[in-house]
Design a protein around this ligand. Structure first.
Ligand SMILES: *Cc1c(COP(=O)(O)O)cnc(C)c1O
Length: 428
């Protein structure tokens, strides 16, 4: 497979973009390669600059739930573009988007649009702090909530790992109020509450953790967190940037029958345009400027073209709930097929999956949290990745990223993927 053009672009890119990429998850360093530059995409396929075609399991990290280049979404975008790209003033599409979300998502009184998942989380946390008058935030190791300073803490074994930043450039002062608990370990969160209950503004959690591979919440974990928050006057924030509109239209809140105080969205809500949102209970959202004292703003927030794309996708998903059963069917065919092959050839891997999300871990252990995920053999993953991309399967270039299945994946893409997968097993 030729990668000449990608390699030439990469050479140019590294000279003027840090690492040659505008987001580190796109770099191929951890799999010992240079990135393939994507020229275009259609349905379940992406095409690189050298003309290679791949079955895509990245899906722009989630937004392309209907597959790439969906004609209905493109049409909405093109039509909206023709009236102008941005006005910095209120528009009809923002109202339609907010109404649509509030009418179709339970317990969602009000919503504010922003430009990314990071902004959504940062703003939700600010609103929770403003509302409670408290500072402390509880998060879980291995949950990713975007790159705002206060959330760049995940490290740490043990229950009470306070505030060591994961990134250079984040002052300890910014993460001092971020406490890290262990995913799927309700007691670890309870211990933090025992000590700091009256200082905790919010608990934030990925209801299905999809940034350390795919880790499912154990029975009672999410419900227990919700109760803990409600018992102690803390705001319960579900980060639905990946799970929102994916597990079901109502996301994890609907799937697990939760009633979060705030929710954050990104990815699917923009259909591939830069969009995020946060929303929930009216009395918390009423804290946000210009109504309340919590300042949060955005020159391009609620951009009409982005709203048109997102709204077209959300409407389609809402009106066609069979999409979710169809995706689950495609996904279970693929994941069950992979598991059968793993068992037949006694490959020391574990596959975690949930609906249209899955992750092949290079460990035999049952992965339920960040520490166990960390036992995976990343060198073995790198070899697997290189085999798969050479055989036209486009995966996220890291052991700790999910596979995203879209409504455009078919029995044919599943069969081709399983064929490549078996090839890897035999040639490993
Ligand atoms: C991707 C992601 C974010 C950050 O969203 P960006 O749009 O990349 O800023 C936050 N939370 C979760 C759960 C995510 O998966």
């Amino acid at each position: 497979m030729s990668a000449e053009k990608s390699e030439a672009l990469y050479e140019r890119a590294v000279k003027c973009i840090p690492g040659g990429v505008n987001s580190p998850v796109r770099a191929y360093g951890s799999v010992g390669m240079t990135p393939r530059f994507i020229q275009g995409a259609n349905g379940p396929y992406v095409f690189d600059e050298d003309g290679n075609k791949y079955i895509d399991y990245v899906g722009s990290w989630g937004p392309m739930i209907l597959g790439h280049n969906n004609p209905m979404i493109l049409e909405a975008v093109i039509k909206t573009c023709q009236s102008g790209l941005s006005f910095g003033a209120a528009t009809r599409l923002e109202v339609e988007m907010a109404e649509f979300i509030c009418q179709n998502i339970k317990h969602m009184d009000m919503v504010r649009m922003v430009n990314s998942g990071t902004e959504a989380v940062m703003s939700a946390i600010r609103a929770a702090r403003g509302y409670t008058g408290r500072n402390m935030i509880v998060k879980f190791a291995g949950c990713y909530h975007g790159h705002c300073d206060a959330m760049l803490v995940k490290a740490g074994s043990g229950v009470m790992t306070a505030g060591i930043p994961d990134s250079a450039g984040v002052p300890e002062g910014c993460t001092r109020d971020t406490m890290t608990a262990v995913y799927n370990d309700l007691d670890s969160a309870r211990e933090i509450f025992l000590r700091y209950a009256d200082q905790i503004a919010a608990v934030i959690v990925e209801p299905v953790a999809a940034n350390m591979g795919v880790v499912l919440p154990e029975k009672g974990f999410l419900q227990g967190l919700q109760t803990l928050c409600h018992d102690h006057g803390a705001v319960f924030i579900l980060d639905e940037v990946i799970t929102g509109f994916r597990l079901t239209f109502g996301g994890a809140a609907e799937y697990y029958d939760l009633e979060p105080d705030l929710r954050t969205y990104g990815k699917i809500i923009g259909a591939g345009m830069p969009v995020g949102a946060y929303g929930g209970r009216k009395e918390i959202m009423d804290m946000v400027a210009p109504v309340g004292p919590v300042y949060q703003a955005g020159t391009l927030s609620g951009n009409p073209v982005a709203m048109a794309a997102g709204l077209a996708q959300l409407k389609f998903l809402c009106e066609n709930p069979q999409i979710y059963t169809q995706m689950a069917k495609t996904a279970s065919r693929l994941f069950e097929g992979m598991e059968k092959l793993l068992a037949r050839y006694e490959v020391p891997c574990t596959l975690n999956s949930m609906g249209s999300l899955g992750c092949l871990y290079f460990t035999r252990e049952h992965v339920t949290n960040y520490e166990i995920a960390g036992h995976a053999d990343t060198e073995a993953f790198a070899r697997y990745f290189r085999y798969m991309i050479d055989h036209h399967i486009h995966l996220g270039p890291s052991q700790f990223e999910a596979m995203f299945i879209s409504a455009s994946h078919t029995e044919e893409t599943t069969a081709e993927t399983l064929e490549a997968f078996e090839g890897w097993i035999k040639n490993r």
